[in-house]
Design a protein around this ligand. Structure first.
Ligand SMILES: Nc1ncnc2c1ncn2[C@@H]1O[C@H](COP(=O)(O)OP(=O)(O)OP(=O)(O)O)[C@@H](O)[C@H]1O
Ligand SMILES: [Mg+2]
Length: 464
């Protein structure tokens, strides 16, 4: 078959000539296009050679268009440059990159071994700055990395606030399982400080501390983060009177409505009654209960509710607050561990919203202060005050006013100087453990349990 057009015929020289002419024209067009492309490539190659960034000589691809990073200058004006330097915009944000190594730090002294990490004071060799290093404990982490550590890093990076400890970076050791959190160093935690003080803080100082803790917690709750382990040893204080919330190993995001969560959170002495009674759904109110315990501890210098175990903790709570009633906490009977609970006659229970705590335990607290404390230690989580309600409470506006941070006393820092003995306080719950099945029959004088007894709120408690 002929390769010519099917319209062409061998015996038509005129058509043959036209076809040949068209072929020549097409060939010319193709050559012109190739020449244009060659010139364009040459121009681009010259432009990239004059750029200050050295180019890979092997790179044949055209340079990528640089993304504009700032709106600071007028579109119509050229970007000003000094000494005819190339127009490169600086971008102050931190860049992603490999973690630095622990070799950049010189360890100064050990501070504390907690449940989830070893904390030391250290110096950044490059800057000379003193920091706190928390080496994450990798025990009991079958997945290779402890969830508590991941949560701590994730929430601390999100929670940038003046009353939350500042996580500077995460650094690695020589082995893959050596992970350190580098934080701003603060001279004290409130627990160690209270242990060493001969007198409690003054009311004006308590207000300064509480207001700062509440601001940090308010920020966290606004970010949908529950702390779930608030206690005095997790509140840090520096020598400028600044308080910061630390230890985010138990922290997690929550939702509305609250999801089903583990009940084994919050160190026993600071754990709310709904958690102890087995609530599977809980929310920020559990942090507010802990704040109530911390407030009481700041007032008396002693942890407020020092239960020996879960059952004893519930006994101690009811001894302080009085037992729940149908009026004060209608839902409590439906909580899993409340079924076995024997309560005294409701006539002995205090009334009011919230039921006021006994003044005898807090003789120096004003009426406003007692109201705030009672509203934080309200058994019914739905009547407990929120961070915003606390911050607006009249207690903080009445005399004595909160002491300005600059006037806050300074104390010698144990963390800055010496290894400390581990204190005899309950530890934070271990992750992954099941909440124990509890028998609360003994809370109000039932059969089981030990032989110790305690007088409280007008009724006798047997402690397990
Ligand atoms: N940034 C810091 N500056 C100074 N000291 C700190 C800092 N962070 C923690 N500490 C000290 O180390 C202690 C333990 O830290 P952290 O609570 O973070 O560890 P943990 O292992 O989770 O402890 P635990 O389970 O016992 O609560 C704190 O109580 C405090 O004394
Ligand atoms: Mg801690």
């Amino acid at each position: 078959m002929s390769s010519k057009s099917r319209w062409a015929t061998d015996d038509d020289p005129e058509t043959e000539a036209i076809l040949a002419q068209r072929k020549r024209e097409k060939e010319e067009q193709r050559r012109a296009k190739a020449e244009k492309q060659r010139q364009l490539d040459e121009q681009q190659a010259q432009a990239s050679a004059s750029d200050s960034q050295p180019q890979d000589p092997d790179t044949t691809a055209p340079p990528k268009k640089r993304r504009r990073l700032s709106n600071d200058h007028n579109e119509d004006q050229p970007i000003p440059t000094a000494n005819n330097e190339p127009n490169i915009l600086s971008f102050p944000a931190q860049e992603w990159g490999p973690c630095r190594n622990i070799a950049n730090f010189e360890r100064l002294n050990h501070i504390e071994e907690g449940s989830y990490g070893y904390v030391s004071r250290a110096k950044d060799i490059n800057t000379g700055e003193v920091v706190a290093l928390k080496k994450l404990k990798m025990d009991n982490s079958p997945d290779g990395f402890p969830v508590t550590g991941l949560r701590e890093i994730q929430t601390l990076l999100e929670a940038r606030h003046q009353n939350i400890v500042y996580l500077r970076e995460v650094v690695m050791g020589t082995k893959m399982d050596e992970v350190y959190l580098v934080m701003d160093f603060l001279e004290h935690d409130l627990k160690t400080l209270l242990d060493d003080m001969s007198e409690p803080f003054l009311p004006s100082e308590i207000k300064t501390i509480l207001l700062q803790v509440l601001s940090g917690l308010d920020f966290l709750h606004d970010q949908w983060i529950m702390h779930r382990d608030l206690k005095t040893s997790n509140l840090l204080l520096n020598n400028r009177g600044e308080v910061k919330i630390a230890d985010f190993g138990m922290a997690r995001y929550y939702g509305d409505p609250p999801p089903k969560l583990t009940q084994l959170v919050v160190t026993l002495w600071y754990r709310s009654p709904e958690l102890l009674l087995g609530a599977e759904k809980y929310s920020t109110e559990i942090d507010m209960w802990s704040i109530g315990c911390i407030f009481g501890e700041l007032l008396t210098k002693e942890p407020l509710l020092q239960g020996k175990n879960e059952v004893d903790q519930v006994s101690k709570i009811f001894a302080l607050t009085g037992p729940p009633t149908q009026q004060t906490w209608p839902e409590f009977r439906s909580l899993p561990n409340a079924k076995s609970l024997r309560l005294p006659p409701t006539s002995s229970a205090p009334t009011g919203t919230p039921p006021l705590l006994s003044r005898a335990k807090f003789p120096f607290l004003t009426n406003a202060g007692l109201h705030l404390l009672s509203s934080l230690l309200a058994l019914n989580p739905s009547t407990r005050l929120s961070t915003k309600e606390c911050l607006a409470h009249r207690y903080f506006r009445e005399d004595p006013r909160p002491k300005p941070k600059e006037m806050f006393p300074t104390f010698p820092s144990k963390a800055g100087m010496e290894k400390r003995r581990r204190r005899e306080t309950p530890e934070a719950p271990k992750r992954g453990q099941e909440a124990p099945k509890l028998d609360f029959a003994s809370v109000f004088g039932g059969q089981s349990s030990g032989d110790t007894g305690e007088q409280g709120a007008g009724f006798t408690l047997r402690l397990g």
